[in-house]
Design a protein around this ligand. Structure first.
Ligand SMILES: [Zn+2]
Length: 231
């Protein structure tokens, strides 16, 4: 079967927003990702989270290409917050390189057994990556969400349902407890690459200026080839 595609109008995209040529979701590939996500054994919490990250990177790589974004310009990382699920940083073209950005997704989306959570938040952030820093959740972003087949529940400013699932919250707590028992306070860094952790520093004007790894070394996330190229 031929892959179908859509072309987004140029006025929706910013300079880092890619080709605008979006391939329709291939249901067989999506099903395989869902199976990979659900098949991971959780008898070890560290191995479980590590394996979820591997699948998350594969999906990110596939989805990023599918929606026409440049692999050299878009990076996936993680954070440990429950107060928000995804965050995208966008950089205009400067001396460091062309327009580009980083997407960070919560560890709790990775611990989530509802595969729709990860896909939803990922596509929500990819739509931001396509529309750029001047667009919030307006019509351009909505159009991008629709074109990339972002789930309706995630095609809005915040998916409130994400935060009100007692069974899921209990599972997060259980797996957090297991992580601590297995790996102590550093358990997350045994499961997820430290260099991909969202750790930022702001200057006095509240501009995000540098990215720092766990050892306090200032780095450009795009130089993290060793983790980036796992995908
Ligand atoms: Zn958003």
């Amino acid at each position: 079967m031929k892959t179908r595609s859509t072309r987004l109008d140029g006025d929706v995209l910013w300079s880092g927003g890619g080709s605008g040529l979006i391939k329709d979701v291939d249901e067989t590939i999506a099903e395989n990702f869902r199976n990979d996500w659900n098949a991971i054994d959780d008898s070890s919490a560290v191995a479980f989270l590590n394996n979820r990250w591997t699948v998350a990177l594969e999906i990110f790589s596939y989805e990023r290409d599918r929606v026409g974004l440049d692999g050299e310009r878009w990076f996936l990382g993680w954070h440990e917050k429950k107060t928000y699920v995804g965050k995208t940083y966008l950089n205009e073209e400067d001396e460091m390189g062309p327009s580009r950005g980083e997407i960070y997704i919560s560890k709790y989306a990775l611990l989530d057994d509802d595969f729709k959570t990860y896909m939803g938040v990922l596509r929500h952030e990819l739509a931001h990556a396509m529309c750029g820093p001047l667009e919030d959740h307006g019509w351009k972003w909505q159009k991008a969400c629709q074109a990339i087949e972002c789930d309706e529940e995630w095609a809005c400013e915040a998916n409130k349902k994400f935060y009100v699932r007692p069974r899921t919250s209990l599972m997060w707590t259980k797996r957090d407890g297991q992580l601590f028992m297995e790996g102590g306070t550093d358990a997350m860094f045994r499961a997820l690459p430290r260099g991909c952790w969202e750790r930022t520093i702001y200057d006095s004007d509240s501009n995000r200026t540098v990215y720092e790894n766990g050892d306090g070394v200032k780095i450009d996330p795009f130089t993290l080839k060793e983790t980036y190229e796992i995908i």
